[in-house]
Design a protein around this ligand. Sequence first.
Ligand code: HEM
Ligand code: SF4
Ligand code: SF4
Length: 527
Amino acid sequence: MTTPRRIARAAFESVDKLFDRAFTPAWNPLYHLGTLGWFFYWIVIVSGIYLYIFFDTGINQAYESLEYITNVQWYAGGVMRSLHRYASDALIIVMMLHLVREFVMDRYRGARWFSWFTGVPLLWLVFACGISGYWMVWDVLAQYIAIATTEWLDSLGIFGQSIARNFLNSETLSGRFFTLMVFIHIAVPLFMLLVMWIHIQRQRNAKVNPPRGLAAGTLGMLLLLSFIEPAVSQPPANLDIVPAVIDFDWFYLLAYPLLDRLPGLTMWAVAAAGTLLLLLLPLLPPLRHEPAAVVDLDNCNGCGRCVEDCPFSAVSLQPRTDGAAFSEEAIVSNNLCLSCGICVGACPTSTPFRRTSELVPGIDLPDQGIRALREKTLSQAEKLTGMARIIVYVCEHGPELEKPENDQVGVIKLPCIAQLPPAFIDFIISRRHAEGVFLAGCAEGDCYYRLGQQWVDQRLAGERDPYLRKRVPRERIAKCWAGITGNRRLQRELTAFHDQLKVLPPLQQRTSSPVDEASAEQSESRG
Ligand code: HEM
Ligand code: SF4
Ligand code: SF4
């Protein structure tokens, strides 16, 4: 990670921590920016449909119909109008934060380019929706937008006639372009929905709904704001007068003051260059491509757990190609794989108990394989002494230990904490390789590989295959989800865990028999 990005990421994490305290990690809005985007989109659509029922689309009637909605029907139409406006503003805020956050957290390069790339048109579409919406009010702000936008479009020189001419004065005013704007304001959101759907296609189990509590709280805030500060129109448009004072919307119209000062073509060049730069950002520079996960057919029974757990839809099942007795086999798409290793942690064959001379699981990372993980674990364990030996597995995107390895603590890094098959924890404790296992990774609710942390929690709680066997004493396992700024917390919690292990009764040597080993292996393969 480069130094500027590390600083930016640490800054984000510091704000995250404040929000964690205020909202809890489960409801922290900064971890749900994408889903909040969807949520605001739906509020805009529902309130928009209501408004459309009472809105008159004629240029001479639009303003009056909105006055009716706002003032006469204030209890329903007025609230809907305010919700429509404030949810649109909120959509801009969460979208911008989402963009910056994905960039700072480095979740936009490599196989993730697709989500980034399809996010860029969403920027244009959201602005097009908002600007055309303000236009429809046909007040002095709409008048300003209509003239500034059409002059900007005219500067392209591609339209046969000047569009801005429509808005020269009340005589030249034509309803045609206004009607087109109404059409755009309805068609663009529909198209946007399609792009939003495409945007999340490469994410397995993509979340599109924020947690219920967060959704309810956000809606409540918007409703409250709608009653305290209802959205209203400004004086009606009059093309014969240049309006002296206009209340501005800085969310959607941020660039408009520049349109007044810079030539239209310059603004087009800036917009085009900005868009191109954003589109190319995943290549500037590209992410170093680690080798993708590989399937070993001799060890794959086609159970599909890797498919279920891969956060990036990089594994799928296909009909068996090797004539083995199973109907399907796993296949990895190299272009989609981020080499996180989560699939390796999900595969029932990734168990250190296996007696086979070569530990080759059904799916594995070529450079950070499960066999090497077993060897590292054993060599770290051998160096440990004392009555409270701990093996720490820490994710590369999580915190760093201030005082790393010593004779009580062995540290092993993983691309993602979910690469660790739960059988390793069982193996370490039942074979007395250490008294305890400590897992550390990204901040709670903000896993770099989206789902790794969630899968680990579920596997350890026995809710997801491959689950941690019941026989493993839970007081010998600790987790710390802390992010890159959580070094001190990690150290503190590790020391506390060490103290806890010291007072536990010594581990009993488990007498292992071939039956025991076989059952350990089978329990990991059930399902
Ligand atoms: C209306 C606007 C947008 C909405 C509603 C939206 C929504 C979402 C959602 C729901 C996800 C999946 C979250 C998950 O389950 O992990 C996502 C991922 C993503 N979005 Fe957006 N997005 C929007 C705009 C953008 C923009 C403008 C960009 C950047 C140009 C962007 C970049 C990304 C990236 C890179 C990911 C993938 C993150 C990962 O792989 O972990 N999005 N978005
Ligand atoms: S989890 Fe392992 S055994 Fe199951 S389909 Fe994937 S590679 Fe094959
Ligand atoms: S390494 Fe990660 S991205 Fe690649 S196939 Fe496995 S789970 Fe999917």
